[in-house]
Design a protein around this ligand. Structure first.
Ligand code: SF4
Ligand code: SF4
Length: 143
């Protein structure tokens, strides 16, 4: 799966729970140089999940309004498959109705929501965000 057509690189999807396979773990260890204890958490049944810090995936980084995956080439298959369709509608998911806006994590999620696309977001705004993301990625990679 490639990036959805309306992706604004808001980074909201990097707040979701991500399951890891053994293959994912080995690939990330090799690519990032980090040991599994540093990025693997467990669900109630002991199955591996990507570790989160203050609500964010441990590999997530924010540059201004743009969310960046610092292990993009080696990211887990779950992340590669998201959202599984051409358009992202995560911002309209009711789970965010219950976000506690008073907590630090809640405040950050609301910031991301402001930059996430919904069905009402104009093509122009999406284009602007994508151009900003392109500039940000160029700045980081130096290309
Ligand atoms: S939540 Fe959707 S729009 Fe935001 S970064 Fe993820 S895929 Fe892109
Ligand atoms: S591995 Fe990358 S794409 Fe997946 S949740 Fe973490 S930062 Fe986001």
């Amino acid at each position: 799966m490639t990036i959805p057509d309306n992706c604004t690189f808001c980074g909201l999807c990097c707040t979701l729970t991500v399951r890891l396979s053994e293959k994912d773990i080995k690939r990330i260890e090799k690519g990032s140089g980090r040991k599994r204890e540093e990025f693997v958490a467990a669900d109630n049944d002991g199955k591996p999940l990507l570790k989160r810090e203050n609500g964010w995936c441990t590999f997530f980084k924010r540059e201004g309004r743009i969310g960046i995956c610092t292990i993009y080439e080696n990211r887990p298959n779950n992340c590669r498959d998201f959202p599984g369709k051409r358009m992202c509608d995560l911002a309209e998911n009711p789970i965010y109705n219950y976000t506690d806006k008073k907590t630090e994590e809640g405040k950050r999620i609301m910031q991301l929501l402001n930059n996430a696309p919904t069905s009402a977001t104009s093509e122009e705004k999406i284009k602007r965000s994508q151009e900003e993301a392109e500039r940000t990625f160029k700045g980081i990679s130096g290309k």
